[in-house]
Design a protein around this ligand. Sequence first.
Ligand SMILES: NC(=O)c1ccc[n+]([C@@H]2O[C@H](COP(=O)([O-])OP(=O)(O)OC[C@H]3O[C@@H](n4cnc5c(N)ncnc54)[C@H](OP(=O)(O)O)[C@@H]3O)[C@@H](O)[C@H]2O)c1
Length: 167
Amino acid sequence: MISAIWAEDENHLIGNKGTLPWHLPEDLKHFKNLTLGKPIVMGRVTYEGMGKRALPGRQTIVLTQNKNYNPENDQVIVMQTRAEVLAYAETIDELMIIGGQRIFDLFMDVTDKVYLTIIHHQFDGDTWMSASHLSGFEQVSAVKHQKNEKNPYDFSFIEYQRLVAAN
Ligand SMILES: NC(=O)c1ccc[n+]([C@@H]2O[C@H](COP(=O)([O-])OP(=O)(O)OC[C@H]3O[C@@H](n4cnc5c(N)ncnc54)[C@H](OP(=O)(O)O)[C@@H]3O)[C@@H](O)[C@H]2O)c1
């Protein structure tokens, strides 16, 4: 199974200058809970924005077209094609696509499940998701959380699964 997980603001913004536009510890915890123990796939830009770190407890896979790419981290697997990632996904239970925008685009048509965080705020940034990405999906749960001392914005955790075509 292939799942995608991302956080976006009210305008579908997801990134700014290679990193996240916000700091929301509760969403980072949610991301960790959902990804722990599962392989994660990210684009080279996101990987570099994270300082070339492998996230603990998750096999980190970085996608780049650069055949000579050096991840400078021996815990990271580098892949060059979508086909390579899809072949890998066949060998495991759940592969987590964690971004950024170009990587979500690349795998959206084979994604079975989406874990979305909406941050109820509008930020400045340079990278947006397409609103149409969720058109083939149905919402299966949504939980809204109020801002608090450590988390300065209201946010919602929403899960979607791909609609199964009726015969
Ligand atoms: N809010 C969230 O949940 C979230 C999650 C993740 C990331 N982000 C943000 O999103 C932004 C980055 O997104 P992005 O779209 O600019 O970059 P990205 O998706 O992280 O990485 C794009 C790179 O992936 C590689 N790539 C793309 N398609 C490929 C293909 N078909 N085959 C092989 N390699 C391929 C290319 O690397 P090469 O150029 O090396 O070939 C490309 O430059 C950052 O600001 C990041 O913080 C937000």
